[in-house]
Design a protein around this ligand. Sequence first.
Ligand code: A2P
Length: 345
Amino acid sequence: NSYCVAILGATGAVGRELLELLESRNFPVSELKLLASERSAGQKLTFKGEDLLVEPVSDRAFENVDIVLASAGGSTSKTWAPIATEKGAIVIDNSSAFRMKEEVPLVVPEVNPQAAANHKGIIANPNCTTILMAVAVWPLHQIKPIKRIVAATYQSASGAGAKAMAEVQAQARAILEGKQPTAEVFPYPLAFNLFPHNSPLNDWGYCEEEMKMVNETRKIFGDQQIRITATCVRVPVLRAHSEAINLEFESPFTPDEAREILSKSPGIKLMEDWQKNYFPMPFDATGIDEVLVGRIRQDISHACGLELWLCGDQIRKGAALNAVQIAELLVEKSLLKPIPSLVNG
Ligand code: A2P
């Protein structure tokens, strides 16, 4: 079997990676539709050596589509996902629009693939920092329950899209030329700088990105008891996010035990050279599929605490790869079924 696939947001940073992954992973595509805004009409992108025209998204564009991979922002998804599902497509949505809806599975294939089976037409791809943390921490949680997670993130520009990446590069050039950097996508210059994540703040002083890590992790793990707090920071890195994670378990977990478990877990690569003080860096994680984990050590302030450090490609496992893996899961488990509510209607 092969499938008619549409990429909504095909011209964006994640959209282009989706295109590359569908090709390199040999996803069974019978037809590929590249959808974006009116601004991109007429642009061409290459898939399997063929130039494909980008179309402005419209109702008609979803006809006969089996799978929509959406990465064009929350409001675009809110508008088009219901139209696509009505036409019988399954939408794998990268935005935050549907993630916390009860009827929408929130899936990291290494963690909760079974959740995908309950979809009603939309499956949500979690937030990028959340995916990376979930992949690294879930195997440990399976062995000994985690009571509390304290995370600090070092997030690359790619989380804010292709324009944000270009903006940081332009700012770096401006600064090196002795000019004043300007900022449009981000609120402040990011090159040679950093700032707490610029998503909206709630009454407790947490930003949306931090609350995504809290709420989405609980949903993915199916564990509302796990306590999570995070500080999310944007750093002048292009593609890969890094995270410092402190875990508190019910009982002690030695670094060697953790290493042993993580070395056998899917989607993870251990990268530790204690002699050389070499641990995962964004450069190492860029362009690769695995979440790189290292610097696993006992928390000297808590008998049941463990510290770890991770890096992961935000555009790949943090977004496009996870979405393609969900699509692969749907194919493998024959979950591309007609939407139950539409069968009789
Ligand atoms: P376009 O390039 O035509 O603006 P990124 O996350 O890298 O900024 O990419 C966002 C993606 O979402 C782009 O492909 C962009 O298309 C697309 N997009 C943004 N707004 C809309 C919209 N209103 N309708 C369709 N696609 C949109």
